[in-house]
Design a protein around this ligand. Structure first.
Ligand code: FPP
Length: 260
């Protein structure tokens, strides 16, 4: 196990570990697409005797750091699970805080995100978000539309089953209207009707905070994805953890169901 999973290390040791990991990474075999379930915000706050919303605020800091590292490493796609179709069941105050954090993040950071050539691509049932969140999402998408560096898919009011149901409806409509023959519905047609149409499937899925579930996230797209779990809670997730995940990913043999 990596040392940084075993508690907080002094800053100089963290820098040394980061350098060591960076040196081990093969830049020619980086994951093209990384997906992250940003889990553990509530527990992080509760362990400190703070309201859960403090954990979400701290989670935004982790997101900032990880986006920055993805840009440095020239990762092409990063998909983060920010709000699920099930998260509406949480107390109203928590939902409101999450929406406010999203709006604040997009409004405050959009210029810097654009300066780093990042394209913001919100995915999910965006039409059901509060009007102020829809406006922030629209603004960020428009302002960053031309950017060609990292594509940051922000999953908002996202549920994979809802995404698949919407894809089936759209495909059925094309068949009904005579534009598509049922015999021509193959895997590509389905992929092309998902929010991630045109993007490669994730190579690496990271789930912090010790749970081993996919939680209705990218069910179709994760078919051959490598999973990496860590007990570290998302607000404590730092550059070293992403580097550990990538080093581990690069040590695996991906066979995609075939033989080597
Ligand atoms: C899961 O932790 C996390 C969420 C439901 C929200 C994730 C949101 C952020 C990191 C910040 C806002 C996002 C953006 C894009 C600015 P949890 O609350 O379920 O944690 P727990 O399992 O410990 O309760």
């Amino acid at each position: 196990m990596w040392r940084s999973l075993q508690g907080d290390l002094p800053a100089d040791q963290k820098i040394a570990e980061e350098k060591e990991l960076l040196a081990r990474i093969d830049r020619s075999r980086l994951p093209l697409h990384i997906a992250i379930i940003m889990d553990g915000n509530g527990r992080w706050a509760q362990r400190r005797g703070l309201p859960r919303t403090f954990g979400h605020r701290a989670g935004v800091e982790s997101l900032r750091e990880i986006v920055k590292l993805c840009v440095e490493l020239k990762i092409k796609y990063l998909t983060v699970y920010a709000f699920s179709t099930e998260n509406w069941k949480r107390p109203r105050e928590e939902v409101n805080t999450l929406m406010s954090l999203l709006i604040e993040y997009l409004q405050k950071e959009i210029d810097e995100l654009c300066a780093n050539n990042i394209r913001i691509n919100p995915i999910g049932r965006l039409e059901d978000l509060p009007a102020s969140a829809q406006e922030a999402v629209r603004m960020a998408r428009e302002k960053s539309r031309q950017n060609k560096g990292l594509t940051l898919n922000v999953a908002l009011n996202y549920g994979s089953r809802s995404e698949l149901a919407a894809a089936v409806r759209a495909i059925a409509k094309r068949v009904r209207d005579g534009g598509l023959n049922p015999a021509d519905i193959d895997e590509k047609v389905i992929s092309d009707h998902l929010y991630t149409a045109g993007q490669p499937d994730p190579d690496l899925l990271i789930r912090p905070s010790g749970d081993y579930r996919v939680s209705n996230f990218l069910l179709w797209q994760l078919a051959y994805t490598e999973f990496w779990f860590t007990p570290v809670l998302w607000p404590d997730f730092r550059r070293v953890h992403l580097l550990q995940a990538i080093v581990d990913f690069q040590s695996r043999e991906r066979r995609f169901g075939g033989l080597l």
